[in-house]
Design a binder for this molecule. Structure first.
Ligand code: SF4
Length: 202
């Protein structure tokens, strides 16, 4: 049900009208606004959960279960990819002390979005998107540069770099998370993000 205090959500216009959209999701609280908006806009969206960065299998499963619960509620297909935490740790070796928004995060975004682009290419999704940039804690341009580079690996995949935060998107996201009583983690995901205070809002 629409919250009268929030601005109404504009329709989401896919860069390829009518095409299937693969939405990489990091967690339910970040992706809920995008998922709900895609459903409302009549897009043929599938949620792709690939987050090998998350520290501990238990935490990974918890975030995934919350995300799938909402996908099921909306009737959106949900794809659970591998939990490659060992591979993720290998990729970020030497970058453990980097601050959030630093080089480790670029590697992290690139790995997750390259896997998303590969799945899109292999499974007939001309458009891919991600929830990673909706949080004000993230550098959206850092995320989107990784998304564009990942999609450019395949001639048949486009990265949809819409700013999901604008026009009330970030506020609606928070409102949906509250309404749905999602589990809300207080750190980004990897073991290194547990040790520091999150960065200031963008
Ligand atoms: S802080 Fe977040 S984005 Fe950065 S490396 Fe860790 S999990 Fe990935």
């Amino acid at each position: 049900m629409a919250n009268p205090k929030l601005p109404p959500r504009p329709p989401f216009m896919s860069p390829v009208p009518g095409a299937r959209v693969l939405l990489h999701s990091c967690c339910a609280p970040c992706s809920c606004e995008i998922m709900e908006g895609m459903k409302e806009s009549g897009l043929d969206a599938t949620v792709f959960y690939y987050n090998p960065n998350i520290d501990t299998r238990e935490e990974y499963e918890h975030r995934k279960t919350e995300n799938k619960r909402f996908a099921d509620k909306l009737g959106l297909p949900f794809v659970d990819a591998d939990y490659d935490n060992e591979l993720w740790l290998e990729r970020v070796k030497g970058l453990e002390e980097e601050p959030e928004r630093g080089k480790r995060c670029t590697i992290c975004f690139a790995m997750r979005l390259q896997r998303t682009a590969l799945y899109a290419h292999e499974n007939g999704f001309p458009v891919m998107a991600t929830s990673l940039g909706i949080s004000r804690l993230k550098n959206q341009e850092q995320v989107y540069a990784c998304g564009r580079a990942a999609a450019q690996l395949y001639p048949d995949v486009i990265f949809w770099d819409y700013n999901w935060r604008t026009k009330g998107g970030a506020d609606r996201s928070a409102a949906i998370a509250k309404r749905e009583e999602f589990y809300r983690q207080n750190y980004c995901g990897c073991r290194f993000s547990k040790r520091k205070d999150p960065p200031d809002n963008a």
